[in-house]
Design a protein around this ligand. Structure first.
Ligand code: SF4
Length: 665
């Protein structure tokens, strides 16, 4: 068995053994019977209700846990939180399965064998923290503090960001940037001066026309957006779905456009062509808020529906008709920016720019039924000394990805391998399974080989933990406080993540781990608070937020403010010109095409298919991979194959298939 085929089960069994000894009582899974026995718990009479924030995906819905003693019986949506409105997706409700996962890490572990061989011994926190701090100190002295990179996912990472900024590094890489929303965020930032937000600030329920390009609302369970989509469907608004696959959203659409994979940009350019050619753009909005319209009009002159038809496989009349419907609904129209937009390489940013530009000429940015613009809620920082000056991140060689506004995780991996522009010798990995979440696993393993220190903080032992020198067991989001969570929505505010139940065994909250490491690294000035609640109370006091109300309700909302032009929003744009930059001089100056261009992506080799993938409603990547409650929702990964192709190959529904890619993986 090679290194890359880490035996996860073996490592899991170590976690489970340790766990059995330490916390058998706490970790008995309630199971369906126990949950079913309390279907109508009355929060007023039978058990506590604790309001907090979900962490199973980035949407951060408000939740309320029903707790008896130290047992969490169920999780529901908080009716007080604007991102849940009393409802949850299956993953949010299934968080109980994470809390009682029998594979939870419950003691710090120190590696005793070679990296990747899963040989660890449980140690006390004193030993684990002392080891990590002395190694970090050694690295700081030998190479400088920038030699440490942190990889992360999730809101709980903020405590460690604070720690490592104080330590002196700028190397923070989230794989979710370059591999998910990066192209979209960069394109929107270039066009509108800000990205579409996370959660996306889309006024879906009030839109008159929603266009989805490879976005699977209803399969991706972004809670409020699914609720808004249901309202939109109920209202009978126009829905156009562009997707090679007949998705759940496509089944609700007036028009489904089964496009040839990889050709969205051709369709978008043709839509822009028709809208401009037929004079259907929002003239007042374009002249008041945008720049570069004439150059755009000249550039799309040749992108006729007939040209796009040859690329996309779509009927030119259908392209023309949908363009007219989209323009007819403007400005209450949404060409959805998508979320996972890393598909084909550099063309991904052109594609996302074309989406942004189309929204720009339709005037949807800032209008009701389009992209609303919340003011957010200003939250004061806890006063600590300024961070030391740091070297720039090591993730890029000169000129590479100049508009990416977060370090690239795979770039930090490259710097770890080749030591340029400076050595990266320590990794702190928080809540992300780099073995799975970074493509090119062999490179990740090569980088790990070059490290002097690899620390993993997580809840269950994902594959990356098998390579760690030290594994730190963290309390789950249901068992800990996190920093204040701002809400940017139709009504902005602040939410509190707070514990519902105690953590299992010796698992500790991130705030405690970061503060303890800070003290051991001589960074106590950055952690002047004794307890996390003292920290939170002080931030609330400085922000004029009633902490007791926040604790009781899980959320405090700010006064209402206009979020769309119709209600009095004065739209401002943070681009260099203060306009929606249809034509991007920033791109031009950096040597890139200032307007989107379409380049046909390479087709699959003979005998292969293009693999498109989306979401399953019960899962969020590695975050839910080990959750037994959610695992019961689907026992297999389903593969969809074109009906005619399947018939030619002799496949029928329910057949088992094995997929092999062009690299033999
Ligand atoms: Fe949790 Fe679902 Fe909301 Fe995501 S959308 S935060 S998983 S309830």
């Amino acid at each position: 068995m090679g290194r890359s085929s880490l035996s996860r089960r073996r490592f899991l069994s170590l976690g489970a053994g340790t766990l059995a000894a330490a916390t058998a009582a706490h970790l008995a899974l309630p199971g369906h019977d126990a949950l079913a026995a309390h279907p109508t718990i009355d929060p007023a009479t039978d058990g506590r209700v604790v309001r907090s924030v979900c962490e199973v995906c980035f949407w951060k819905c408000g939740i309320q846990g029903h707790v008896q003693g130290d047992r969490l019986l169920k999780i529901q949506g908080s009716p007080l939180h604007p991102l849940s409105n009393g409802k949850l997706c299956p993953r949010g409700a299934g968080g109980v399965g994470l809390a009682y996962d029998p594979d939870r890490l419950v003691k710090p572990l120190l590696r005793v064998g070679p990296r990747g061989k899963d040989e660890f011994r449980p140690v006390k926190w004193e030993v684990a923290l002392g080891f990590v701090a002395s190694k970090l100190d050694e690295l700081r002295k030998k190479y400088g503090p920038e030699t440490v990179a942190m990889f992360n996912h999730g809101a709980g990472a903020s405590w460690f960001h604070h720690l490592f900024k104080a330590y002196g590094t700028a190397n923070f890489g989230a794989p979710s940037f370059a591999q998910c929303r990066g192209p979209r965020d960069v394109a929107f930032e270039l066009t509108f001066g800000s990205d579409p937000g996370s959660p996306e600030l889309l006024d879906v329920s009030r839109s008159d026309c929603l266009v989805l390009l490879g976005s699977h609302i209803g399969e991706n369970m972004h809670n409020t957006q699914v609720q808004d989509f249901a309202e939109l469907v109920a209202r009978g608004a126009d829905i156009i779905v562009v997707d090679p696959r007949f998705s759940t959203a496509a089944s609700k659409a007036r028009t489904w456009m089964p496009i040839r994979p990889g050709t969205d940009t051709a369709l978008l350019l043709a839509w822009i062509h028709v809208i401009i050619k037929e004079g259907r753009w929002q003239r007042d909005y374009v002249s008041a808020y945008t720049s570069g319209f004439d150059k755009l009009a000249a550039a799309v002159e040749s992108y006729t529906p007939e040209w796009a038809s040859a690329e996309t496989g779509l009927d030119p009349e259908s392209i023309r008709n949908t363009a007219r419907r989209i323009a007819g609904a403007a400005p209450a129209v949404l060409v959805h920016p998508g979320r996972h937009t890393t598909w084909y390489g550099p063309g991904d940013t052109h594609r996302a720019r074309a989406v942004a530009i189309l929204n720009g000429i339709l005037g949807s940015w800032g209008h009701r039924g389009g992209f609303f613009r919340p003011s957010g809620m200003k939250l004061a920082k806890f006063p600590t000394p300024p961070y030391p000056k740091t070297k720039p991140p090591a993730d890029r060689v000169e000129g590479e990805a100049p508009f990416a506004f977060e370090p690239l995780a795979h770039g930090l991996r490259r710097a770890t391998i080749d030591g340029k522009p400076y050595p990266v010798k320590g990794w702190f990995v928080y809540g992300t399974n780099l073995i799975q979440s970074l493509p090119q696993r062999q490179e990740t393993l090569e980088a790990i080989d070059a490290l002097d220190l690899l620390v993993v903080a997580d809840l269950v032992p994902a594959e990356i933990a098998g390579y760690a020198d030290v594994v730190l067991p963290e309390a789950a989001y249901l068992e800990r406080y996190d920093d204040l969570l701002g809400i940017s929505w139709h009504r902005s505010g602040v939410a509190l993540r707070q514990p519902m139940i105690p953590p299992p065994g010796d698992a500790k909250p991130g705030w405690w781990i970061a503060r303890e490491l800070g003290h051991r690294l001589g960074l106590s000035a950055y952690f002047p608070w004794t307890d996390v609640e003292a920290y939170l109370k002080e931030r609330c006091r400085l922000s004029n937020v009633d902490y007791e109300a926040l604790k009781r309700d899980g959320v405090v909302l700010a006064p209402e403010k206009p979020t769309v032009i119709e209600d009095g929003l004065a739209l401002t744009l943070a681009t260099e010109s203060g306009k929606v930059e249809l034509y991007s001089e920033r791109l031009e100056k950096a040597g890139f095409a200032p307007l989107p261009i379409f380049e046909r992506p390479e087709g699959p080799p003979p005998g292969y298919f293009r693999l498109l993938y989306g979401r399953a409603p019960g899962f969020t990547f590695g975050r839910t991979a080990n959750n037994r409650l959610l695992g019961e929702l689907e026992h297999h990964d389903g593969v969809w194959l074109n009906r005619t192709v399947a018939a030619d190959l002799g496949f029928s529904d329910g057949d088992k298939v094995r997929l092999v890619n062009q690299d033999g993986a």
